[in-house]
Design a protein. Structure first.
Lengths: 306, 469
């Protein structure tokens, strides 16, 4: 139950409205530091919408999203920050330094840059006309921009920038090894087969050096062997890099196998939240997923005390 | 499926029945007939009482329809549909030695151009060649390279680029012709060198200013607003008579050799006197101007190539590929777009300043929409993003237009009233259509990666996106 003891991200009262449609309604959940947390639910349940709110692509209608890269979340600090007009507080004001962030106040690029949340997309979004290596180097934009002195230092060909670029290539090479694509480093990303593109997108997100990695259906369209390799990769990311993972996934075998924590959404409302085992046996989850007779729903609801 | 087994029938007919082919040809003939009515079936004729009368031309219509029918019939019968389409212009081979030596040979030619012009055209001819071809083309290359940053790298369609060219030219004109003589006439000979950085900075400033309102626009909307911006600048230049002297334009002083004028005014020592050179001062000025533009163009190329390897440059290209992914990687797309606009505009401003110094008059006529279209055409024809392709396209288009002026012998063929430059747009349009058929992504369509792990491979244009605002 790490998500209760030491949450990395706490979401409270998150509501996202599109005109008359309420895609997410009053959602509350936490993501444990160092956990793999799965967000599951039927099509149109609002999972991607939750991702878009966390990563700043949508401004939520209402709600609070607090992320701490600087130890456990202190309720006093959150209260102070919320009361102020600031978007975040950082220990040292350096970009990437530990701090407390109010994600709903921050623009998308700042969430990646400062709060260190990275994401992938349900429909892969690679820079298809750039090489695999370039994709991974672009992901290290923030660090390289610093090193290039906002282009002025880099323009004169300073050694410090060349070193920074070389170490960026080293990071890229490390991730290429991890996903087994080193031999294709100089090919266009668009020329890769689908499964490789999925993994490349994950590697690219990891190159931003995130504390929270949000993956939107990374196993979609993968064959069983690739899917197994993906599980390994996700575990390695959690164990070796200490990056927490928030995962949207439809494949229950993947979810049940690698998750520490599962959250179930239906019609934008949380219907279950707990360990994989507890969620698996939750009658409401079974009803939502399998679809059951009305009387069974009533029975099940009676069972859980509704 | 071998054709021989089908007896006497022509090869293509084996796949389709004869009646079907005749029907098809008949349809073509019918469509032609329909098209003929508005186009060639009647001829307007002025009769003796000066009234316009329609003269029907049934024979011509019949002939056209027959030609189309027979032509289509033969095409269907004898053209081999299965034969792979012949590639007329295979992609330029960017193999290792060509990639290495191509630019060097080009550079050598550029450096030697004035000498070659002198050798082949003599003193009088060389002035024309260096000014009309050398300087003109280099200015357009600079402009196209500048626009390439906005359109080719960042993928933002800008139809009002000429505005920044105008800002640069008018910066020179106003400061060199009005401000300096009125305040510190001492600096007069240095006007060009003072104005050059100012023109770049002012143009970059205007680039940012244009950037702000269009940040949220994409594709067609962006194109329309930038187009309007270009026109606004031109209209301001025409109507703000107090500053710009309206459509009459501003008389500008010529460029000097670091303070030494080429042609003497009010008894100053001139360039040729100082160095004891004989020959026409106009020629000296043309050659000097040529090398100044060349140096600046090379600087622009150098900066662009460096930028492509810097995070901003990579962010520009990433922006063209996928703006949303950029935002998910912590790239500030607003700043990225603004720097692209500013850099592109700055290069345009520099080119404008040189234009001002190479001309004796700067007027709004030089900054019409046609200029924006020409520059964009150079970028598109050259291959968006490729400096070499763009340079070749600039030579072809600008050089081609200038060459038309030289084709005086055509008058002997078509009569003395014939002016080849009038057909410029026609030829230009035809060339565009042909290019888009054969090489839709420009002369050099493949993209050079900005960094490589093992060996750099050019990326096929099939993958590279064109951007959409
Ligand atoms: N930008 C938007 N504008 C309007 N409606 C939207 C928008 N984005 C999402 N929605 C709606 O919100 C609801 C939830 O969509 P969402 O994409 O979050 O579902 P999901 O759980 O990710 O589904 P899937 O499993 O199919 O990906 C859907 O009804 C969708 O149509
Ligand atoms: Mg989704």
């Amino acid at each position: 139950m790490r998500w209760l003891r030491d949450p990395l991200l706490v979401v409270e009262g998150l509501t996202m409205r599109f005109g008359g449609l309420v895609a997410v309604r009053d959602l509350a959940f936490s993501v444990g530091r160092g956990d793999i947390t799965s967000l599951i639910g039927p099509n149109g349940a609002g999972k991607t919408t939750v991702f878009n709110c966390i990563t700043g692509f949508y401004k939520p209608t209402s709600g609070l999203m607090v992320l701490s890269t600087d130890g456990p979340i202190q309720s006093q600090a959150v209260a102070d920050l919320t009361a102020s007009s600031r978007r975040f507080v950082c220990r040292d004001d350096k970009i990437g330094g530990g701090g407390l962030f109010l994600l709903e106040r921050m623009p998308d690029f700042e969430i990646t840059r400062r709060a260190r949340v990275a994401r992938t997309f349900q429909n892969i979004r690679l820079f298809v006309g750039m090489t695999v290596l370039e994709n991974l180097v672009v992901a290290q934009h923030t660090a390289l921009m610093h090193a290039s002195g906002w282009s002025l230092v880099g323009l004169v060909g300073a050694q410090s920038y060349k070193q920074a670029e070389a170490s960026a290539v080293d990071v890229a090479r490390y991730w290429l090894d991890r996903i087994g694509l080193t031999h294709r480093a100089d090919d266009a990303a668009g020329a890769l087969p689908y499964g490789d593109q999925r993994r490349l997108e994950i590697a690219r997100a990891m190159c931003t050096d995130p504390v929270l990695l949000c993956l939107d259906e990374p196993a979609a369209g993968l064959n069983p062997r690739e899917s197994l390799a993906l599980n390994e990769l996700l575990r390695a990311i959690r164990d070796e890099h200490g990056t927490s993972i928030l995962l949207i996934e439809h494949d229950m075998s993947v979810v049940m196998e690698i998750s520490d924590h599962v959250i179930v959404l239906e019609y934008g409302i949380k219907i279950s939240d707990g360990t994989p085992d507890s969620v698996k046996n939750d009658p409401r989850v079974i009803a939502a997923y399998l679809g059951v007779e009305d009387e069974e729903v009533a029975e099940a609801e009676a069972e859980v005390g509704l | 499926m071998s054709a021989g087994s089908q007896g006497g029938l022509p090869p293509a007919a084996s796949q389709h029945s004869l009646t079907e082919i005749i029907k098809d040809a008949g349809l073509w003939a019918l469509v032609t007939l329909g098209l003929c009515f508005p186009l060639i079936a009647f001829r307007t004729e002025q009769n003796l009482s000066l009234q316009t009368a329609l003269e029907p031309r049934p024979l011509l219509v019949l002939l056209t329809v027959a030609v189309v029918f027979v032509g289509r019939l033969l095409w269907r019968l004898y053209a081999h549909p299965s034969r792979p389409r012949r590639v007329l212009f295979p992609p330029l081979d960017l193999s290792e030695h060509r990639r290495r030596y191509g630019p060097r040979i080009g550079l050598a030619l550029l450096l030697l151009f004035p000498v070659l012009a002198l050798a082949f055209a003599g003193q009088g001819g060389a002035i024309k060649w260096i000014n009309n071809f050398g300087v003109q083309i280099l200015i357009y290359i600079m402009l196209a390279w500048g626009l390439n940053i906005v359109v080719g790298l960042a993928g933002l369609l800008d139809l009002g680029y000429v505005a920044f060219y105008a800002v640069g030219a008018y910066t020179y004109a106003i400061i060199a012709a009005y401000v300096i003589p009125a305040t510190v006439p001492m600096l007069g000979p240095w006007a060009f060198w003072i104005c050059l950085p100012l023109a770049g900075i002012l143009a970059a400033f205007w680039g940012m200013l244009l950037g702000f309102p269009v940040l949220r626009l994409r594709g067609d909307y962006l194109a329309i607003v930038t187009l309007a911006f270009g026109e606004i600048i031109r209209l301001v230049l025409i109507n703000w008579v107090a500053l710009t002297n309206g459509s009459a334009g501003i008389q500008t002083p010529y460029i000097t050799f670091f303070g030494l004028p080429f042609t003497s005014r009010s008894g100053q020592t001139t360039f040729s006197e100082t160095f004891g050179l004989s020959g026409s001062p106009t020629l000296h000025r043309a050659i000097f101007l040529y090398y100044v533009v060349l140096a600046l163009a090379l600087l622009v190329a150098f900066v662009t190539q460096r930028m492509r390897r810097l995070p901003v440059g990579r962010a520009w290209e990433a922006l063209r590929e996928d703006e949303i992914a950029c935002r998910a990687l912590g790239i500030n797309t607003v700043n990225t777009k603004l720097t692209a606009f500013a850099m592109g505009a700055m290069f345009g401003g520099l080119a404008g300043c040189i234009f001002g110094a190479s001309q004796s008059l700067v007027s709004p006529r030089s900054f019409e929409f046609m200029e924006s279209a020409t520059i964009l055409a150079i970028v598109v024809l050259g291959g968006m993003g490729s400096l070499l392709g763009i340079a070749i396209a600039a030579v072809a288009i600008i050089g081609g237009i200038e060459l038309l002026r030289e084709l005086d012998w055509l008058k002997a063929v078509f009569g003395s009233g014939f002016d080849p430059t009038q057909y410029r747009m026609l030829i230009f349009g035809l060339a565009m259509v042909l290019m888009m058929v054969w090489r839709p992504r420009g002369l050099i369509a493949a993209r050079e990666p900005s960094i490589s792990l093992n060996e750099a491979k050019a990326i096929s244009s099939a993958h590279v996106k064109e951007g959409h605002g």
